[in-house]
Design a protein around this ligand. Sequence first.
Ligand code: HEM
Length: 134
Amino acid sequence: MSTFYDEIGGSETLRRIVARFYEGVASDPVLRPLYPEEDLGPAEERFRLFLIQYWGGPTTYSDTRGHPRLRMRHAPFAVTPEAKDHWLTHFRAALDEVGLTPEQDAQFWDYVTHAAQFMVNTFDTPQETSLPTA
Ligand code: HEM
């Protein structure tokens, strides 16, 4: 039985998606400061291996990193709704570049939009300061 990973073109397609995504991160003033390492290469590789595993490819991610526990791994970083929107903007651009079929694209996009929402852990609410107080 073929996996979604196989259907979309395997590791090469995911390599292209994640490379394009990290090009966006590298020049993003909201996201770039969140990434602790100066070299984004290792973070790019972790994300690539995670997506390969998630979509049914080799399990190198968990073999080396253990259980993903993604929400916990994001806890050290202030993932605000704004950061999520920037994150998704770059992911959208990356998906556009590889040209999956509409069904594949929808499946991938549905997953990352839900996962990104799940990763939000910090709510900066500047609008509250301007709410009427009485
Ligand atoms: C919502 C916005 C998001 C922000 C701002 C964000 C930010 C980050 C940051 C700063 C890191 C640490 C970089 C590193 O690995 O050194 C990271 C790691 C990671 N992120 Fe995200 N992330 C977001 C959403 C997501 C989503 C939706 C996924 C999965 C679909 C994801 C998957 C990962 C993975 C697999 C790692 C590496 C975990 C590990 O240490 O093994 N992230 N992210």
